[in-house]
Design a protein around this ligand. Sequence first.
Ligand code: COA
Length: 188
Amino acid sequence: MPIRWTRRRLGEKHRFVTREVRLTPVDEQNLEPLLSVAVAETEPDEVMPPVEAPAGWSQARRDAFRAFHRKNYTGLDGPTGNLMYAIVQDGDVVGMARLGRRAEPGTLETGMWLGKSTRGQGIGLIALRLLLAEAIQAGARMVVAETQPDNLPALNLLRRCGAVLGPDGTGIRAEIRLGVNEDVAGAW
Ligand SMILES: CC(C)(COP(=O)(O)OP(=O)(O)OC[C@H]1O[C@@H](n2cnc3c(N)ncnc32)[C@H](O)[C@@H]1OP(=O)(O)O)[C@@H](O)C(=O)NCCC(=O)NCCS
């Protein structure tokens, strides 16, 4: 279910812009558009695990990005336990949001990135709310995220979604409790 929202553009007093944001599982149709956004508008360490490859978006790192996403096509019930969504704004792929199984019962973890030109406009907030709705559908009671103490956009985004933040080694762990029926949540 996409979310539409309307916001007044800064400096344009009477102009309202309506946009639509939705999540769709990463697949062969949107993988190349997703890679294009990543290459043009992110640093590799923001969007994928480290790999042995020349610095920057080398061919080896692009191949690793494809392999990393293809490995997760099987979703939450597959061997990796990861479900990766393309974040789509007005029909364009602008980033990625992930849910992953954790050992703790009823708990999923999340991670998310947007291309630089899309950040700071409220799209991350909408995407995370959509992702939490997906987590509830999957029967989760809690969504957790890990980030760094200096990542203010991520910390503020998580706070806006009701996360309780606490130290976790040198990082920060965020916990978002989901208000769901115990019978549904207890499915796994
Ligand atoms: C983290 C990220 C997904 C946030 O998405 P976003 O669309 O930029 O965030 P939003 O515009 O929806 O803003 C969410 C909150 O963060 C705040 N925020 C956004 N950019 C900020 C910045 N540069 N500094 C401080 N706060 C910021 C917003 O003000 C908002 O809080 P508020 O409603 O209380 O004012 C995005 O910045 C990103 O892709 N970062 C790189 C990858 C990353 O770090 N991922 C997080 C891993 S857990």
